[in-house]
Design a protein around this ligand. Structure first.
Ligand code: NAD
Length: 251
């Protein structure tokens, strides 16, 4: 078995237009995966597509909002038009407004839960049967360090990410004998557009201080863990959440 083999299959990557999704889409494509780039931002996803094609990779785009109930079935259809579906990276997410639970509006609450949690249900209910139909595959869901601890002002996001960890465990147990492995990745804070949009220089420094390694992660460092879990090298890994947090949780 080739180490970290991800070739000869297709992958669905949601939120592929920026940040972690972009990094993992480029990494998988560089290693021979045909990647379906799913994002609601058409210009962003087109730029990633052009970059992959220019480097000799295989990709297609699907401009979609993952809150749409049929994004899962449609993305499976488009990915399988390239190659059998072997990988799904459910990555699209938003941080949501910073506010105490008691001040969260119902609209904001449901939007954060819908994008960060419900979209994994609508994604996996299409991805898992397609993978199982041809012998197996790997789903990697994006949780967060905030899927393992709480944070004041981020209750909707924290709730969604704890839900991602639980959904990952149950889906993995249900598929332990189907060949479909289901895992989650829990990054510490990562230097991506998500963080750049919500921080000032002072609050960025406060985030850095949470990590004993004294910096945030790069999107590429998170992509490496996702690609490992997606690969044949992780054949006995299922149902678990993998921290990539620069020591955040070790204290
Ligand atoms: P980002 O904001 O940099 O990029 C997210 C991408 O997802 C964008 O291209 C955006 O257009 C797309 N997207 C957002 N909502 C969408 C929707 N409803 N439908 C389709 N596409 C949508 O985000 P990121 O920092 O790369 O985060 C990616 C994932 O990693 C998220 O699930 C996030 O919660 C998680 N995460 C991020 C961090 C961090 O510090 N950046 C830490 C832990 C976990």
């Amino acid at each position: 078995m080739a180490t970290y083999d991800v070739a000869n299959r297709s992958a669905i990557v949601s939120g592929a237009g920026a940040g972690i999704g972009r990094a993992v889409a480029e990494l998988l494509a560089a290693n021979g995966t045909a990647v379906l780039l799913v994002d609601r931002d058409q210009a962003a996803v087109e730029a990633v597509y052009q970059e992959i094609i220019a480097r000799g990779g295989t990709a297609a785009t699907f401009v979609a909002d993952v809150t749409s109930p049929d994004w899962g079935t449609e993305s499976v259809r488009l990915a399988e038009a390239m190659a059998p579906l072997g990988i799904a990276v459910n990555n699209a997410g938003i941080s949501g407004p910073s506010a105490p639970l008691t001040e969260y509006t119902p609209e904001d609450w449901h939007r954060v839960i819908s994008i960060n949690l419900d979209s994994l249900y609508t994604g996996m209910r299409a991805q898992i049967p397609a993978m199982a139909a041809h012998g197996g595959g790997a789903v990697v869901n994006l949780a967060s360090i905030l899927g393992t601890v709480g944070q004041a002002g981020a209750s909707a996001y924290v709730t969604a990410k704890h839900g991602v960890v639980g959904m990952t465990k149950s889906a993995a147990l249900e598929n332990a004998r189907t060949g479909v492995r289901v895992n989650a990745v829990a990054p510490g804070y990562v230097h991506t557009p998500m963080i750049q949009n919500i921080t000032t220089p002072e609050s960025y420094a406060a985030l850095v201080a949470l990590h004993p390694m004294g910096r945030l992660a790069t999107a590429e460092e998170i992509a490496q863990m996702i690609a490992f879990l997606a690969s044949d090298a992780a054949g006995f890994v299922t149902g678990s959440t993998h921290l990539v947090d620069g020591g955040y949780s070790a204290r």
